[in-house]
Design a protein around this ligand. Structure first.
Ligand SMILES: Nc1nc2c(ncn2[C@@H]2O[C@H](COP(=O)(O)OP(=O)(O)O)[C@@H](O)[C@H]2O)c(=O)[nH]1
Ligand SMILES: [Mg+2]
Length: 203
């Protein structure tokens, strides 16, 4: 079984020019503002406040880098998780929004260290056009050595009807609850497999 056993915040960057050297594989965590990007990083790393989570949308304007160690049955693998600015938050000025969107876009299109894009979506709203657009865009820009994984957050807020509806639109999709920590082991295993091109056996 694979777990993230070490995690630390390294630095924040306003744009790609300030980003770290590309000396390690990276997981880019993307999604609408408030979907649970920071909470997902905290759940994966089993740390309460590693990534700053907040109920106020649009708080994270910076690109935040976290260095982690994946432990697969005692073997250690390093990678960075990158908490990206959320998209789709309206309550800021147009010029401010344009600046963030440009720094986000530069990062995802030019950062070759990215091995995996994780697109987080709200399990309660599986039909949001902006999420469809971002997914299509990622497919268009991704390099041959990059992959995209969609993960639905806030699974704890789904009732039976919601669960059935989600399985209908997105059969077999990964659903997590950052709050209840459900689906996190599975998500960790998928991230490990995509990053390091091998499965971590359950021993
Ligand atoms: N119920 C529930 N709430 C969540 C979950 N993930 C995040 N939240 C809440 O959603 C809000 C936004 O989370 P945050 O991680 O800051 O979102 P971000 O803007 O995408 O980084 C916070 O109030 C979190 O506590 C989840 O899986 N379940
Ligand atoms: Mg955040």
């Amino acid at each position: 079984m694979v777990k993230i056993t070490e995690a630390s915040f390294i630095t924040s960057a306003a744009d790609i020019s300030q980003a770290l050297a590309e000396d390690m594989s990276e997981v880019a965590v993307l999604g609408r503002s408030n979907v649970g990007k920071s909470s997902f990083i905290n759940a994966l790393t089993n740390r309460k406040n590693l990534a700053k989570s907040s109920a106020t949308p649009g708080k994270t304007r910076l690109i935040n880098f976290f260095e982690t160690v994946f432990d697969c049955n005692g073997e250690k693998y390093r990678a960075r998780l990158v908490d990206l600015p959320g998209f789709g938050y309206a309550k800021v000025s147009k010029s401010q929004k344009a600046t963030w969107q440009k720094s986000l876009n530069d990062f995802i299109t030019r950062r070759t260290a990215i091995r995996l894009f994780i697109l987080l979506r709200d399990a309660r709203h599986p039909h949001m056009p902006i999420d469809e657009d971002v997914y299509a865009y990622l497919q268009q820009i991704k390099r041959p050595d990059q992959e995209i994984v969609v993960i639905f957050t806030k699974g704890d807020k789904l009732n039976q009807k919601g669960k059935a509806a989600l399985q209908k639109v997105a059969p077999g999709s990964l659903v997590v609850s950052n709050l209840k920590k459900s689906g996190i082991d599975k998500a960790t295993a998928v991230i490990f497999e995509k990053l390091f091109c091998k499965k971590c056996p359950n021993v």
